[in-house]
Design a protein around this ligand. Structure first.
Ligand SMILES: [Zn+2]
Length: 1004
């Protein structure tokens, strides 16, 4: 029997290839093609049509990498083509290389009025002309010569294609056939029938009667279609398959909710400007397909992508609006972009939702209820609470199917965040966000679904993605055929919310996953492109400062609050948190642009901060403004005043070693400039384990198996070299309230200069590491052995911290060998330990080791640089500065140090400024002070519990409040959860561990 089926398959496949597929065209006719090459960056339709065009032929070489060529195509539909036998289409092959949609040449077709008709992509290379025989037409095709960065030449080889300046300026494409064609509708439908019947048969068990009858019907189909008259006999072929394709699905068949989608990376192997055009192309495809197919529902996740279309393609945007109103073009997710979630700071993660949801509310009146992040590289344990606070109860990703080692046990479950908030989460078991709804993918979905027995439904996002493209008519045909088909899951095209509501209702008692959703892959993304990471961290801090001081000045002096400037800066920061930008996995062009944008944010916000602080003080007195939530050196939190350092610093030298004592700590550096001792005087505890040395720079070769910028493989640890030898160890400041020791080292062609700064009375050592880096595929880490015996480390994440095992007991612990932290990592033994804080570093690893004298000690390492070669061969080259603070004590000290490093005091001559708000309890941290988004002038304060403990606090107000209400992240009033009482001068609060509270304070 198997032999028989194999013979049918061979006969069928040749028949399809040689007879059916070519017969999808009944006839074709030539057209006239003329071209104009845009000299540089893309131009508008109006500008393009006004140019001089020159005739070109098939085979014409066109398009330097990243260039644009406009083709004007004109012709006449032959009069002899009979109307009704099929459709008249323009087939366009701009020079496709293989069939990878979104990673090579793409085009958008406009009619003479500038209306975007449809895109041209591999496997979707036509535009319907809606013309009768004899009619003439003229259209414009904007063809983008996007190079294939990913697969050109050797995969992952360093490529010059990632920047306009380094990419070759010679043509990279050759024009293929452009012709007007008469499509044979019956043959096309037959090809789709065969794809479903054949694909399904191959997924069924070999002995199954269903498989046998499908093969028998396919065999009969080949008999029924005459090879020399396919057009005349296609109907008979369809008839041969009609009965097997009409057999209904089993009662227990898995239920697929198919959602049209296009995962368009907002930048990746193309610059942001190309994504604007990718969105236009994809959305034009979607609208065209919706016109033809009333069943299509398309989910679109990023407010930023809608905003681009609104700005650059208003005609397209108006049509999108109509489909949104019908519920077919469905905004989902409610974030500004599909951001990374490991690295965005607390407020930025909140603002992804605030900006995204507000856009959808203002533009369409839609309050999205799901988090849609199919592709981001792991998910922070803070996300459930942030999502709920933004009004979202559902979460979707499929990225965790990329885990290298462990398989998550569920596809549908409750995900519980660090504070205990739960949301309903779904991992589509199809294991892709670019499904074609093929029988293979549908069968995989059913087989793979981990929650069978409890539940029997899943979501499948379908449509070409990554580089865009979206759903095609072939996918819709596949969905229709699988709607109710024996042997297949059932398929229903629906918006995501229908799936979430149905699945939540069916799965009454849900399994729970607690904590972060760590991705056992792409661990290098916490470090690649360090300059962009610094730009992100710095911009987040500047936005915090600008909002704080502008709000304070608005309340105190009546100064105007720069709403528009702040919103624009936020949107830039949020865009650059996209899951291929901030993680470091894009081409160089993207990072050159990000650097310019971060510089612009600084240029825009520094004057806002300076002007507001100046307006606030009485003037005339030198002092410092403190933008952080904790007092620093006598300067009040959120206020300004003189800085007072307590006591003095003593430096002594003995042999080659240098000892620095500031009253709170004693630091000893040896002749190599390494830390041999760091004693915390409050407790008398030594931080450095016996025989170990801290502050050690280590270099590792970093040549992952795949994906340079994305990945760190565990094998890196075998290659470590300690940078022990120093060129110079010198005390460069010694006296009064501060001592500074400078250590200079070299590695390869790179130079590293570190300064260790100890200030009077401060329980910390501040280390500044200036690196001039000229290595490639080398990772630079900064290591601190800590004399504590512990099996876990705490890392700051958004609005709290997460505890992760430092042992490797389970395969889950072992696979988590590189982790992300925000401003600090802390290891401790019953509350006392060392915090290692940073001002721009995210990648860390924490391990435990046998200790001389018994027990274990811990090693905390920061990952400073990674310098991958692909996709940006220039990644991480040049100058960097990293600031680290070593802080003995508990979590409270680490939290405080994290803010001190990231919101350093600013010198000002404004004199004293009293804070707008104040909290005494160090566990309750005011993260944000701003004016309300609605322009009402209300003061909004966002705070959270930072130590992981239940606590009470009073928020003292530096202004008179008429009312205080709790709100969600969008500043909409919600039921009280933390406020215990309020009067015009204060709000009393009770918080649970890591609770986030947003307060809206109306001024009296
Ligand atoms: Zn992506």
């Amino acid at each position: 029997m198997h032999q028989q089926q194999h013979a049918v398959k061979e006969r069928l496949d040749r028949f399809v290839r040689e007879r059916l597929e070519p017969a999808r065209e009944r006839a074709s006719a030539p057209v006239r093609v003329e071209a104009w090459a845009a000299p540089g960056e893309p131009v508008s339709f109006a500008e393009a049509v006004a140019q001089e065009y020159a005739p070109v032929e098939e085979g014409h070489a066109w398009g330097r990498a990243w260039g644009t060529v406009w083709f004007r195509v004109s012709g006449t539909v032959p009069a002899e083509w009979s109307a009704g036998a099929g459709e008249v289409e323009l087939a366009v092959d701009p020079g496709f290389v293989g069939d990878g949609a979104g990673f090579q040449v793409e085009a958008l077709v406009f009619d003479g009025s500038g209306r975007a008709l449809k895109a041209i992509e591999p496997k979707n290379d036509y535009v319907r002309l809606h013309l009768a025989p004899g009619a003439s037409f003229e259209v414009y095709v904007e063809a983008a010569a996007n190079p294939d960065v990913f697969t050109s030449g050797e995969r992952y080889a360093p490529t010059p294609l990632g920047r306009w300046e380094t990419a070759p300026d010679t043509p990279i494409y050759r024009l293929g056939r452009i012709a007007v064609v008469h499509r044979d509708a019956a043959v096309w439908e037959l090809v789709q029938d065969v794809a479903t019947a054949r694909g399904l048969a191959l997924e069924l068990p070999e002995g199954s009667p269903r498989r046998a009858e499908l093969f028998a019907a396919l065999d009969a189909m080949v008999d029924a279609v005459h090879p020399h008259d396919v057009h005349g006999t296609a109907g008979a072929g369809r008839e041969a398959l009609r009965e097997v394709l009409a057999a209904p699905a089993a009662r227990s068949a898995h239920k697929v909710f198919a959602v049209g989608h296009a995962h368009i990376d907002s930048a990746w192997l193309w610059p942001v400007r190309e994504t604007v055009r990718k969105c236009a192309r994809t959305f034009a495809n979607v609208l065209e397909l919706m016109d033809e197919d009333p069943e299509l529902v398309f989910a679109c996740s990023s407010a930023q992508q809608f905003a681009w279309i609104k700005e650059h393609y208003p005609e397209l945007y108006a049509r999108i609006g109509e489909r949104v109103a019908e519920g077919r073009f469905v905004p989902v997710g409610g974030m500004w972009v599909e951001s990374d979630t490991n690295m965005p700071g607390s407020e930025a993660m909140a603002r992804q939702f605030v900006e995204g949801k507000r856009f959808f509310l203002e533009e369409f009146g839609i309050d999205t209820r799901e988090v849609w992040l199919p592709d981001s590289f792991g998910y922070t344990g803070a996300l459930p609470q942030i999502a709920r606070a933004a009004g979202a109860g559902y979460f979707l990703t499929q990225k965790l199917s990329w885990n290298e080692v462990n398989r998550y046990p569920h596809h549908s479950f409750d995900w519980e965040g660090i504070d205990g908030t739960r949301i309903f989460a779904h991992f589509p078991p199809v294991d892709t966000y670019n499904s074609k709804l093929s029988p293979q993918e549908l069968a995989h979905t059913e087989r793979n679904f981990a929650d069978k027995g409890r539940e029997n439904m899943s979501l499948v996002p379908f449509g070409f993605g990554d580089g865009g493209g979206g759903p095609t008519r072939e996918m819709m045909a596949a969905a229709r055929r699988a709607a109710d088909l024996e042997g297949s899951p059932t398929v229903r095209i629906a918006p995501p919310i229908e799936f979430f509501e149905a699945a939540e209702a069916e799965l009454a008692s849900r399994p729970v996953w607690s904590g972060e959703l760590y991705l056992e892959n792409h661990r290098g993304t916490y470090a690649s492109q360090a300059r962009t990471k610094r730009g992100n961290r710095r911009s987040e801090a500047l936005l915090h400062e600008a909002e704080l001081w502008a709000a304070t000045a608005a309340v105190r002096t009546g100064a105007a609050y720069p709403h528009e400037l702040l919103r624009s800066a936020w949107r830039t920061v949020l865009l650059n948190q996209f899951h291929d930008i901030l993680p470091g996995s894009s081409i160089g062009w993207v990072y050159d642009q990000a650097a310019k944008e971060y510089a612009q944010i600084e240029a825009d916000l520094e004057p806002v901060i300076a002007d507001a602080v100046a307006a606030l003080g009485g003037g005339g007195a030198d002092g410092f403004a403190n933008s952080g939530p904790y007092e620093v050196d006598g300067v009040p939190a959120f206020g300004a005043g003189p800085r007072v350092l307590d006591g003095s610093v003593a430096v002594s030298r003995e042999g080659g070693s240098i000892t620095v004592d500031n009253g709170a700590i004693v630091l000893v550096l040896d002749s190599d400039g390494l830390i041999t001792s760091l004693v915390d005087k409050a407790t008398g505890r030594e931080t450095v384990p016996p025989g170990e040395r801290g502050g050690l720079l280590q270099v590792f070769t970093d040549t992952p198996r795949h994906y340079d910028a994305w990945d760190v493989d565990i094998e890196y640890r075998r290659s470590g070299r300690d940078l022990v030898a120093a060129d110079d160890v010198a005390v460069v400041e010694d006296g009064g309230d501060r001592a500074v020791v400078r250590v200079a080292r070299r590695f390869g062609a790179s130079a590293i200069t570190q300064t260790f700064t100890v200030e009077a009375g401060r329980r910390a050592v501040d280390v500044e590491t200036a690196v001039d880096w000229h290595e490639r595929q080398h990772m630079l880490k900064f290591a601190f052995p800590v004399d504590v015996h512990t099996s876990s480390a705490r890392s700051e994440i958004q609005f709290g911290h997460i505890e992760r095992a430092t042992h490797t007991n389970t395969s889950w612990d072992e696979a988590r060998f590189e982790t992300c932290a925000h401003r600090w990592v802390h290891v401790a033994e019953s509350g006392w330990g060392l915090g290692v804080a940073n001002d721009a570093t995210y990648g860390h690893d924490v391990t435990r080791h046998p200790r001389a004298g018994g027990g274990t000690f811990s090693v905390v390492r920061q990952t400073l640089l990674k310098s991958p070669l692909f996709p940006d061969p220039e990644a991480d080259q040049g100058a960097h500065v990293f600031r680290t603070a070593l802080v003995p004590g508990g979590v409270a000290e680490a939290v405080r140090a994290g803010y001190r490093l990231n919101l350093p005091l600013r010198a000002t001559t404004a004199g004293a400024v009293a804070p707008l708000v104040r909290v005494e309890n160090p566990a309750v941290v005011v993260e944000t002070v701003k004016l309300a988004e609605d322009g009402s002038g209300d003061v909004v304060v966002r705070l959270y519990e930072a130590h992981g403990t239940r606590t009470e606090a009073v928020l003292d107000l530096g202004f008179a409040a008429a009312s205080a209400v709790e709100t969600d992240l969008l500043e909409r009033e919600v039921e009280r959860a933390a406020v215990q009482g309020a009067d015009s001068g204060s709000v009393s609060l009770a918080l649970r561990p890591f609770q986030i509270v947003t307060l809206r304070l109306t001024r009296a």
